[in-house]
Design a protein around this ligand. Structure first.
Ligand SMILES: [Zn+2]
Length: 243
């Protein structure tokens, strides 16, 4: 049995998949699962691209009431995020995250694919202007204030830069490239319940990339996982985790 740090010492390229579990020590409760925000019966309908297009005002009312914007915007990275950032000193690291909290970027990781987008940004569907969500939290229905060539405000209702139900996940090509070329796929804090990211262990297996799951409970599908280490992210320490 070697420690996690010893196990990965000779890996040149690491693909890291992260989920809600690693943000719990940062004070962000998981959206999915028992008592999660996404248990709200209206989530799939109201947090959808269709609802945004057809009922933008109601969409924003729902959005602001569903998420605790201050919590998400002010949360700080924890030891897991910083460990992943520090791995860049010795490895080529691509972080693939299902989290919308932006904490990998805040921690300083340089290669981050936010497959479900990020809460801290909003985007204009018409002119693609990008806004920081923290500048919009007092606006019931945020509109684009960018000026057109003629000097008129764009005025389009902004869209949160998170992946809504009915939208495709982001960066899938980069994800596949990172995983297929990796020496190892580390999966942290996700039970792999959300498609298409839940197929990554099988995808890694196809390319002979070993997979390690570190989580407080097993994934829903363990067939393609080579190693599972049960751990609590509050006291995550890659020098004491052994497998
Ligand atoms: Zn615009």
């Amino acid at each position: 049995m070697l420690t996690l740090n010893e196990q990965i010492r000779n890996d040149r390229k690491l693909a890291i998949l992260t989920g809600a579990g690693i943000s719990v020590p940062s004070g962000i409760p998981p959206f999915r699962g028992t008592n999660g925000l996404y248990q709200n019966a209206d989530v799939e309908r109201c947090l959808s691209m269709h609802f945004f297009r057809t009922h933008p005002a109601e969409f924003w009312t729902f959005y602001w009431s569903l998420f605790d914007a201050n919590l998400l915007l002010e949360a700080l990275p924890n030891r897991v995020h910083y460990w992943l950032k520090d791995l860049e000193r010795a490895h080529q690291v691509t972080v693939i995250t299902q989290n919308i909290d932006g904490l990998h970027v805040k921690a300083g990781s340089s290669q981050v694919i936010e497959v479900h987008g990020a809460f801290n940004r909003c985007i204009c569907p018409k002119c693609a202007s990008v806004y920081e969500t923290r500048t919009l939290i007092n606006e019931k229905i945020p509109h684009c204030t960018a000026l057109s060539k003629e000097g008129k405000p764009c005025g389009t209702v902004l869209k949160p830069d998170i992946v809504l139900f009915g939208e495709a996940v982001r960066g899938l090509r980069g994800v596949e490239q990172a995983v297929s070329q990796a020496d190892r796929l580390l999966i942290l804090g996700t039970s792999l319940g959300v498609a298409p990211i839940n197929f990554l262990p099988e995808y890694a297996e196809e390319f002979g990339v070993p997979t390690l799951l570190i989580n407080d409970h097993p994934a829903l599908q363990m067939d393609a996982i080579d190693h599972f280490v049960k751990t609590n992210f509050f006291d995550f320490d890659a020098n004491t985790i052994r497998f």
